[in-house]
Write a protein that binds this ligand. Structure first.
Ligand SMILES: [Fe+2]
Length: 218
């Protein structure tokens, strides 16, 4: 299946960019973060046991991709030139909006609607009627909402500052986020999967874990 145009454009921009921060913030932090959320949803709602287990095993790998981005940001953002940091902050807001408004959009999956005889523009209109800022705000109250988790990651790594915090505040209570833990949506599912793999491979607890990854790199 083909990637949707909005996500496809972002991924192409990341690949072609000579900027390392664009690749890491865009891929590791935002796209891999969304991937974790998507896999977690399949894991929780899937009815096919093979798919559920496949999702979990995929997440044991994906969780590290996202965590790497966080570790990079923790160490890099406080030490870079303020002008460059501002660029990263502005770009993160730009990408965040594209992802927020496009990922669920019927325009991004025209062929699926066509296959079931629905006009995507008609479906899009119905979506727009129901999707208000108030509505988005409500969904982001959920602690497992992936966009909430992404904002939290950007905030705690210093990519979101007072410059762009008001933009995100349209959807979320920013103060509340500071008080929350750093756990990523799907981390628990991935940890369970890692335990299963350790047992399967006959290794002890000395092997990889999400918790040890940050500290081992100190
Ligand atoms: Fe990945």
């Amino acid at each position: 299946m083909k990637v949707g145009p909005a996500l496809g454009d972002i991924v192409t921009e990341l690949v072609l960019s000579p900027l390392v921060w664009k690749k890491i913030v865009g891929m590791q932090m935002l796209v891999e973060g969304l991937a974790m959320g998507a896999f977690a949803t399949f894991y929780k709602n899937g009815r096919d046991p093979l798919m559920v287990q496949l999702m979990q095993l995929t997440m044991t790998d994906e969780a590290f991709h996202h965590k790497f981005g966080k570790i990079w940001a923790d160490r890099t953002i406080p030490n870079i030139d303020p002008a460059e940091r501002d660029m990263i902050e502005d770009w993160a807001w730009h990408v965040f909006q594209i992802l927020l408004y496009n990922l669920g959009s019927p325009e991004q999956k025209k062929h699926i609607y066509a296959a079931v005889g629905l006009d995507w523009e008609w479906v899009q209109g119905a979506f727009m009627e129901a999707l208000t800022d108030v509505n988005i705000r409500e969904e982001m109250q959920e602690s497992t909402n992936i966009f909430r988790v992404l904002i939290k990651t950007l905030l705690k790594t210093g990519i979101i500052t007072a410059r762009t915090a008001p933009n995100y505040a349209a959807f979320i209570d920013m103060k509340e986020l500071y008080a929350e833990s750093d756990r990523m949506v799907g981390d628990d599912i991935a940890e369970e999967g890692i335990k299963y793999l350790l047992k399967l491979n006959g290794q002890g607890a000395r092997a990889y874990s999400l918790e040890s990854m940050g500290s081992a790199a100190e």
